[in-house]
Design a protein around this ligand. Structure first.
Ligand code: IDP
Length: 151
């Protein structure tokens, strides 16, 4: 089953939106595999956003992500990477689809509430960066067959 990495970033935590994000992902049918609440070190922030190093917004991005605690999670399900990106909405909130989290709760690209992996390959790398293998929980959910459609 496909897995993806999700962060409720500091603004989402400060604004009391952890529950909203989790509720939307749960209701969509995705299954929680791992979760932890943590303060992000500079080292972790720089590794996570290495692809953006050198860009004009990079220093502000590192300051933002290390400014307050985050909720880090792994979610799994059919096409989890694409489905979660869609649930979050486009990076720039003013371009996010109505009904997406960034559309419904955000205005600024630099305060867009969440992170979600943008490819299966990046999801695997981000999950490995943020979680140890023992923190990933394999479990049976009683609704799995009703959501994933396996008979
Ligand atoms: P994503 O979070 O939707 O995957 P990325 O392009 O990977 O978007 O950018 C990572 C994060 O960097 C964004 O979520 C946003 O917080 C921040 N960011 C991206 N572009 C800008 C910008 O032009 N100004 C300020 N922050 C930006």
């Amino acid at each position: 089953m496909e897995r993806t990495f999700v962060l409720v970033k500091p603004d989402g935590v400060q604004r009391g939106l952890i529950g909203e994000v989790i509720a939307r992902l749960e209701k969509r049918g995705l299954k929680l595999t791992a979760a932890k609440f943590l303060a992000v070190s500079n080292d972790l922030a720089e590794k996570h956003y290495a692809v953006h190093k050198g860009k004009d917004f990079y220093p502000g991005l590192i300051r933002y992500i290390t400014s307050a605690p985050v909720m880090a999670m792994v979610w799994e399900g059919t096409n989890a990477v694409a489905v979660v990106r869609q649930t979050m909405g486009a990076t720039r909130p003013w371009e996010a689809a109505p009904g997406s989290i960034r559309h419904d709760f955000a205005l600024e690209v630099g305060r867009n509430l969440t992170h979600a992996s943008d490819s299966v390959e990046n999801a695997q790398a981000e999950i490995a960066l943020w979680f140890s293998p023992t923190e990933l929980v394999e479990w049976q959910r009683c609704s799995d067959d009703w959501i994933f459609g396996k008979n």
